[in-house]
Design a protein around this ligand. Structure first.
Ligand SMILES: Nc1ncnc2c1ncn2[C@@H]1O[C@H](COP(=O)(O)OP(=O)(O)OP(=O)(O)O)[C@@H](O)[C@H]1O
Ligand SMILES: [Mg+2]
Length: 333
């Protein structure tokens, strides 16, 4: 039934990325100066969850890396948000600064390593809106041999959160928008996964269409549904993936995505998530008090609110009301 499980995994980067040729070309053109050892144009990629932002960024960088000796580092700010953590991760990901430990190394040491590099460096900051402190962005922006590739869901939210100076600096970045996949685009994406990962004839086009309908533009959910459905069939007496099988795994596919998100959270976000989940329902002020009870060195209130917004965006927690009247709820799965 399943001939190549990897092809059905979410992290699998397909050789061809369907329906993003325009954006891939746009990004490649902006980064082209790097091939001649000049900085590229800073890029800003935005679009809803599951629109392929992370995949496309990595795809473009791998292509570029094959053509020239360019260093690039990737950090997901959901998992690393503080200045030292972000800089340490960027360097590590590029195989640089391996002698530097995150604890006890000042941000300026990391920044100097980047500045002193004899090559161009691309800093990929995924989920950049969750960065604890925008000073990190400013510092990276100011290094001549660093090109920024920033990724986030909502362009306006992100720009609104920046101070005026950084806002005007980043205004000049090339904007790459990824819209949710249409029904037909999603069917194409699924079809190529099926071809790479399943025995021929295991799933009819009509069932792929059904998955595309359920996924409403989110390729992560569509691929997770396909994988769970294939597994369900494999461990049963059934021979084909039918609509019923897909429907029967819809809940668990959501749970898988939910659990992956929770696993990716950094310590402070994880604590906030757990406090809300344990309480079920909790007012903003009680949450603040409980959070502070747990921490001798709590993060700033602004950062805490930013992290909570990120948890909400991923449906890990929900809220109602505003300001002091705000209440948080455990996210529905
Ligand atoms: N054009 C495409 N062709 C094939 N597979 C794709 C395409 N776009 C996305 N995918 C797959 O869909 C899944 C989700 O994509 P990705 O993680 O890049 O989304 P995202 O926009 O970064 O979402 P989030 O904001 O939640 O991080 C991945 O498994 C990826 O391989
Ligand atoms: Mg992503």
């Amino acid at each position: 039934m399943i001939t190549n499980l990897r092809a059905l995994e979410e992290a699998y980067v397909p050789r061809d990325l369907h329906h993003r040729e325009g954006q891939i070309n746009q990004m490649t053109a902006s980064l082209e100066p790097l091939l001649n050892d000049h900085p590229g144009e800073d890029l800003f990629v935005f679009g809803p969850s599951g629109a392929g932002k992370t995949t496309i960024a990595k795809f473009v960088l791998r292509q570029l890396h094959r053509q020239a000796d360019i260093a690039w580092g990737y950090v997901n700010c959901i998992s690393d948000s503080g200045k030292s953590a972000v800089l340490h991760r960027l360097l590590r990901d590029a195989g640089l600064g391996l002698d530097l430990r995150q604890e006890g190394t000042s941000p300026s040491t990391f920044l100097n390593r980047l500045r002193d590099l004899d090559r161009q460096f691309i800093a990929v900051l995924d989920e950049v809106d969750v960065l604890a402190d925008h000073d990190t962005l400013t510092a990276l922006y100011e290094i001549p041999n660093v090109t920024l590739l920033l990724i986030t869901v909502d362009e306006n939210d992100f720009f609104a959160s920046l101070d005026g100076r950084l806002q005007s600096r980043l205004r000049g970045t090339v904007r790459v928008e990824l819209r949710p996949y249409s029904h037909n685009e999603m069917v194409d994406i699924l079809r190529s996964r099926v071809k790479a990962g399943l025995r021929p004839g295991m799933i009819q086009d009509e069932v792929l269409e059904h998955i595309a309908d359920l996924a409403t533009g989110d390729a992560r959910y569509a691929i997770t549904l396909l994988r769970r459905a294939a597994r369900a069939v494999e461990s049963s007496e059934r021979r084909y993936i039918t609509r019923d099988v897909v429907d029967s795994v819809a809940g668990e596919a959501r749970d898988v995505i939910h659990d992956q998100r929770v696993t990716s959270l950094s310590t402070e976000k994880r604590l906030l998530y757990e406090l809300v989940t344990q309480a079920g329902t909790i007012s903003a002020s009680d949450l603040r008090a409980r959070y502070k009870e747990q921490r001798t060195d709590p993060i700033a209130s602004r950062t805490r609110r930013k992290y909570l917004r990120a948890l909400e965006r991923y449906g890990l927690v929900e809220s109602s009301g505003q300001g002091r009247g705000k209440t948080f709820y455990a996210g529905g799965r």
